[in-house]
Design a protein around this ligand. Structure first.
Ligand code: MLT
Length: 428
């Protein structure tokens, strides 16, 4: 028999249906609460509120579990490729080798962008933050592909928009970077795999041949996989709510880009490096900054620690820490910032304050160190987070549309002034 929850208020008692997920998560379905009782619930930041049901990603914050379509992040990060994970998230199952080949061929056939995108890029000042440039370029895809705006597009037409998004985003990222450093743009090279083509567009110098390094391509695949999806985080919820108005996939993804930009979300990896640089500049006195982080009256906070969902280690942080060690060692890079990060983590993990508050390093704590080692400047770190999250945003948007989910429109409790009489002033 279906389980129920009971709510009693003001002498009335109602039964509310209970939903139990495939991993035994339990939710009280309050869809009919207001119509039956006039009541709403209030949950600022939605810390206790589910916005949807989803088959894409499962995470358990207490046990540090993260799975995509049932596959563990550990397996995907160590055995898969980013394009294979894109396929898994977007189409719901791991591809056969033939399906993956066809998918990658489709991706290669849309890597070029309209030459007019260079005019848009030239319209930005060279110091424009790449997240603002990229969210603009993504939205401008609706101008070059106006049929993508039609909310009632058929499945294969939506799939074309998805392929275009995945194919052109690396080109957008690389071109916005080249624009920022005043170098000529590098056109896509479809002889290379997805990640290697991106790295070549990013780092090929106009005066030299590009030295393809499989180690760097491999670690980039891993980094992008680790960021691919994370259930209903701030930016994904933004993509879903924008899409719920029947806005196009490009407008919805652009909304997610802008939500990710904030330092409390995707901007955290850039904020971690800025924090570590600040500590290093101040004599690497870690204990001083641990003390500041614990002082309620001090605005300093340890970036890259703690997580809204993980009350244990972020499983991605463990993988990224190992990758950081490995890639810096193999590239022969001795980065004092990595040493500082490891020393900070070691002290913080022994400090009762952080243990009690379950403040463990999250995915952002080490990702910036690897991106730095690969040659990305800090202002590109959040862009790389967005790059990884692209398939997750797309998959979640697709699921929301497939399930014909209703327009997202939360309610509120009004706490402003009661009714006032309008008294007209002498406006002469
Ligand atoms: C993410 O991967 O989106 C971040 O860890 C933030 C989150 O899940 O809330």
């Amino acid at each position: 028999m279906a389980k129920k929850a009971y709510l009693e208020y003001d002498g009335k008692k109602i039964a509310l249906p209970v939903i139990i997920g495939t991993e035994n998560e339990v939710a009280i379905d309050i869809s009919k609460l207001r119509s039956e009782t006039g009541l709403i619930t209030l949950d600022k930041g939605f810390k206790n509120t589910g916005s949807t049901t989803s088959e894409i990603t499962y995470l358990d914050g207490e046990k540090g579990i993260l799975r995509h379509r049932g596959y563990s992040i550990e397996d995907l990060a160590s055995k898969s490729t980013f394009t294979e994970v894109c396929y898994l998230l977007i189409y719901g199952n791991l591809p056969t080798s033939n399906q993956l080949l066809k998918f990658e061929i489709k991706l290669k056939s849309h890597t070029l962008v309209h030459e007019d995108f260079k005019i848009i890029l030239d319209g930005f000042p060279s110091n424009a933050h790449p997240m603002g440039i990229l969210s603009s370029l993504i939205t401008s895809l609706t101008a070059f592909y106006p049929k993508s705006i039609d909310p009632n597009r058929s499945g294969d037409k939506v799939d074309l928009s998805i392929i275009r998004m995945l194919s052109k985003f690396p080109t957008f990222v690389a071109w916005s970077y080249k624009k920022r450093i005043g170098h000529p743009i590098v056109y896509p090279d479809n002889n290379l795999d997805y990640c290697s083509n991106f790295l070549k567009m990013m780092f090929k110098m106009p005066t030299e041949n590009y030295d393809y390094n499989p180690l760097i391509s491999d670690v980039l695949n891993k980094l992008l996989i680790l960021h691919a999806d994370h259930e209903q985080n701030c930016s994904t919820s933004t993509v879903r709510i924008v899409g719920s108005s029947l806005s196009s996939i490009y407008a919805s993804i652009s909304g997610g880009m802008n939500a990710l930009w904030g330092p409390l979300h995707g901007g955290a990896n850039q904020a971690v490096i800025e924090m570590l640089e600040k500590i290093k500049k101040d004599g690497s006195n870690i204990n001083k900054y641990i003390k500041k982080a614990k002082d309620k009256n001090d605005p300093f906070r340890l970036m890259g620690f703690g997580h809204r969902v993980y009350r244990n280690f972020d499983p991605r942080a463990k993988i990224i820490k190992e990758a950081a060690d490995n890639v810096l060692d193999k590239l022969g890079i001795n980065d004092p910032i990595l040493d500082l990060a490891k020393a900070l983590e070691k002290i913080a993990l022994k400090d009762q304050y952080f243990i009690d508050k379950k403040l463990y390093p999250n995915v952002d704590f080490y990702s910036g160190i690897i991106y730095r080692a690969l040659g990305f400047p800090p202002e590109m770190f959040t862009v790389m987070f967005a790059f990884g999250r692209l398939p997750g945003w797309i998959a979640q948007w697709k699921e929301m549309r497939k399930n014909n989910e209703p327009l997202g429109r939360p309610r509120q409790i009004y706490t402003g002034k009661k009714s006032l009489k309008y008294v007209e002033i002498d406006k002469r």
